[in-house]
Design a protein around this ligand. Structure first.
Ligand SMILES: [Zn+2]
Ligand SMILES: [Zn+2]
Length: 185
């Protein structure tokens, strides 16, 4: 029997939460864990009761969507709301945290960050984690790996088809459809 590790288990939970994201720019999920128990979770989304990017489009200022609260921040704020200590906790995030979330994680007393995908890993965030003694680990997520393999296969197939199909618009349409199916989550 193939038993998944705790790291894979909590990371899977974060990937599941990411599917709840309401911002179309990036689906992120975060799970806060203490003593092998999930104490909070969050995803990239609007304030409770607010408009969603998926309904109204993103509210972009200087290249960032300002409508959403990041997954890590939402998870930490859930702890604040219900009075759950985050001191000494661990956080599992689908993507490497941005600088703002990095600071919030450190300040919340979280001691370890597990992330799945690299995402614009900011040099200052890496430095701040190091200074604060927060351990950062990359956890391979089986689905992420699987997606990579699917993408690779798809690209191989598409380039082979391209050799056979003359019609460019037909080829573009195929690519669009493939993209939609492969990245529908
Ligand atoms: Zn958005
Ligand atoms: Zn962030």
């Amino acid at each position: 029997m193939n038993r998944i590790s705790w790291d894979q288990y909590f990371m899977a939970q974060s990937h599941l939460l990411a599917l709840r994201s309401t911002c179309t720019r990036l689906s992120v999920g975060a799970t806060i864990v203490r003593e092998k128990r999930m104490i909070a979770g969050g995803y990239n989304g609007s304030i409770a009761g607010g408009e969603h990017c998926i309904d109204s489009g993103c509210y972009v200022i200087d290249g960032h969507c300002v409508r959403t609260i990041h997954a890590e921040m939402n998870a930490i704020l859930q702890c604040a709301k219900f009075g759950v200590p985050t001191e000494g906790a661990e956080i599992y995030v689908t993507h490497f945290p941005c600088l703002q979330c990095c600071k919030a994680i450190i300040q919340a007393g979280i001691r370890s960050v597990f992330y799945s995908a690299d995402y614009k890993n900011h040099a200052y965030a890496i430095e701040l984690f190091r200074q604060a003694g927060v351990k950062v680990h990359q956890v391979e997520h089986s689905e992420t790996k699987h997606d990579g393999e699917k993408d690779e296969l798809l690209n191989d197939l598409l380039s082979r088809i391209k050799e056979l199909v003359d019609d460019e618009s037909e080829m573009d349409e195929l690519k669009r459809r493939a993209d939609r199916v492969m990245h529908s989550s």
